[in-house]
Design a protein around this ligand. Structure first.
Ligand SMILES: [Zn+2]
Length: 444
């Protein structure tokens, strides 16, 4: 946990060139490159699917990572403290869709997992009890994804407003909403709520167990019912396990295809199956993406983040900034970049393994890697940015903060404060107000 400087996640072996390089994610460079290809190919499939139900969102997903939003696009090599090199492309749009974009979801979820870890460490240091409550209700095939997710949300709202809940010795709580899809019972929406309570874990567990009836009453007010699984109180170790895996589901899906598909499937598994030609899985992924559009991934109770000093803890525990070297530069509007981005995964892999970037960008490739790269690194036709990018219009316009985040953060974002988009920090200062004041005298 992030109380002290984190230990580097890397093997002690001296990094070598080629196949045996261990990257920061404990993967060999080829394994990491294969995952990256799979992630980008999944993103492309997601863009194809989402545009049918949400044209604006779908186009933004498609542009994510490919369309420049600054005049300069760069291929960067970041050397970290432990000598590991990671590659990235800067100056391109990030869609920020945590639900449907496997690329953005991975990046954003990792930051949020750090915040949750900081919360757990703080609660432990303060001597508070942390428990996890998993909530759901009885559902069937007839319920839509949007309908059941909204019903769960309304029941949660009732719960936190109930007398019994407000009487708990609460320090705060964070709610994560998730959904899986099963053949037999359809959409299975569920909430994981990390609850921080004053007192001992045993007392906390007993108090939360006693809230079961209150939860069932909240469900009943929404016309829903629940069985024994509807309200499950789990100890701190379960909360720790949950946080440790937070945001990693996509990697597990991509790394271990076809695992556990017979029962219920996560949205990323639906997307992977859709890529493999399962049309029904594709339609289910569309339902999911539409249902979760605009929803928050984590809902923190008011004031908990500042009370726990999450932003400060993350700043303190942050690794030393990696040394950045710009390996290659393109004009964002140039044909060279449009050609190069079709090899984006190969170029990043070359940076990480010490292979030739020149060959990755221009050289011949074997047919297999060509096919993989093509699946991962092509835009859907017509989604290209036609002109030199003007920041707002290029990203679709309705969420300009993604752009500011990308511009200032270089892909390394700062923590949110109380759930407000951190990107607001990066907006330009508004011009000073002159109303009621005399204009300055003209001197020249
Ligand atoms: Zn994205």
């Amino acid at each position: 946990m992030r109380t002290e400087k984190p230990t580097p996640r890397v093997s002690s072996a001296t990094p070598e060139r080629g196949a045996l390089v261990i990257t920061r994610d404990k993967l060999t460079a080829p394994a990491k490159a294969a995952l990256r290809l799979a992630r980008w190919a999944a993103k492309r499939k997601a863009a194809e699917l989402v545009r049918e139900v949400d044209p604006t969102g779908g186009v933004r997903l498609s542009k994510c990572g490919y369309c420049a939003f600054t005049s300069q696009v760069t291929l960067n090599a970041d050397t970290h403290a432990e000598g590991v090199v990671s590659g990235s492309i800067g100056g391109v749009i990030a869609c920020g869709n945590v639900w449907a974009c496997p690329v953005c979801s991975r990046r954003i979820s990792a930051q949020r997992a750090d915040e949750l870890n900081a919360l757990l460490a703080w609660a432990r240091a303060e001597g508070h009890a942390v428990l996890m409550v998993t909530t759901t209700f009885r559902h069937d095939k007839a319920m839509s994804c949007a309908g059941s997710v909204d019903a769960l949300k309304r029941a949660h709202k009732r719960l936190v407003q109930s007398k019994g809940w407000r009487k708990l010795p609460l320090v705060g709580h964070v709610l994560a909403t998730e959904v899986t899809h099963g053949q037999a019972a359809g959409w299975h929406p569920h909430g994981h709520r990390l609850v921080v309570l004053r007192g001992t874990p045993a007392e906390g567990e007993a108090r939360l167990e006693a809230m079961r009836e209150a939860w069932l009453a909240c469900l009943a007010r929404e016309g829903l019912t629940g069985n024994a699984h509807a309200w499950q109180v789990q100890p701190a170790s379960a909360a720790g396990d949950y946080v440790a895996k937070f945001g990693a589901a996509e990697e597990l899906t991509l790394g271990d295809k076809k695992a556990g598909r017979s029962g219920s499937r996560t949205p990323w598994q639906l997307l992977a199956d859709a890529r493999d030609g399962d049309a029904r899985a594709g339609r289910l992924f569309q339902d999911y993406a539409a249902a979760f559009k605009g929803k928050r991934q984590l809902v923190w109770s008011h004031g908990l983040k500042s009370q726990a000093g999450i932003a400060e803890a993350l700043e303190e525990g942050a690794e030393e900034k990696p040394q950045r070297r710009v390996v290659r530069e393109w004009l964002g509007s140039s044909e060279e970049w449009r050609a190069a981005r079709r090899r984006r995964c190969a170029m990043i892999a070359a940076v990480e393994t010490g292979a030739s970037v020149e060959t990755a960008e221009h050289g011949a490739t074997d047919s297999e890697s060509w096919r993989a790269e093509r699946e991962a690194s092509t835009l859907i036709e017509g989604d290209d940015c036609q002109t030199d990018p003007a920041p707002i219009s290029c990203a679709g316009g309705d969420r300009p903060w993604n752009i500011w985040q990308e511009r200032v953060g270089d892909g390394v974002s700062r923590p949110n404060i109380n759930g407000r988009p951190n990107m607001l920090w990066n907006r330009p200062k508004p011009p000073p107000k002159t109303i009621g004041r005399h204009p300055p005298p003209i001197t020249a």
